[in-house]
Design a protein around this ligand. Structure first.
Ligand code: FES
Length: 173
């Protein structure tokens, strides 16, 4: 076990983040415009934007933490938590919404007991909402790790979740 810091990030991971941030800062000027490209690099490297990285960016670019948080939560490509092994997105774009995708999202949050943008404690599932994945003809749509499930129903979602849980049970054995 690694030593846990109060914010839940182990020291080894934190050292990794610090090292990566120092490398990035060498390649960027201290300009506010560089916030998005830096966040993109961090998201790509870690799969989310850790709090420690936000702090270092805040100091480097002299941007308040609240502003950085606002940018991360505004763009759906940035996340505050690592995605789950199964990243499920429900499309709430117009075509999907009018065909009832909200019901699918509601069922998903109810079954997994997390909200969009969150990951289950076991790291198995994360939920996101998206705006049009370009499959409007199949509305309503949800995706699992990018794989599109079209003409979706609550029942179909239940089946997909049950299959994943069954598969994971077998993996555990
Ligand atoms: S609105 Fe959902 S795929 Fe286009």
């Amino acid at each position: 076990m690694h030593d846990q810091k109060e914010n839940g990030t182990c020291q080894e991971v934190q050292a990794n983040i610090t090292q990566f941030m120092q490398e990035i800062f060498h390649t960027y000027k201290k300009q506010k415009d560089n916030l998005i490209p830096i966040l993109e690099e961090v998201q790509e490297k870690f799969g989310y934007i850790p709090k420690e990285a936000q702090k270092e960016i805040s100091e480097f670019l002299e941007i308040p933490m609240a502003e950085i948080y606002g940018v991360i939560t505004f763009y759906s490509r940035f996340t505050l938590e690592p995605k789950g092994k199964y990243a499920i997105s429900v499309c709430l774009g117009t075509a999907c919404f009018v065909k009832g995708s909200r019901k699918i999202m509601d069922r998903l949050t109810q079954r997994l007991n997390i909200e969009p943008g969150q990951t289950t404690e076991d790291g198995l599932f994360s939920i996101d909402e998206t705006r049009c994945v370009g499959a409007c003809g199949l509305a309503p749509v949800f995706t699992v790790n990018g794989e599109v499930h079209g003409k979706a129903t609550v029942k179909m979602l239940d089946t997909v979740l049950d299959e994943i849980l069954e598969k994971e049970k077998t993996v555990e054995k």
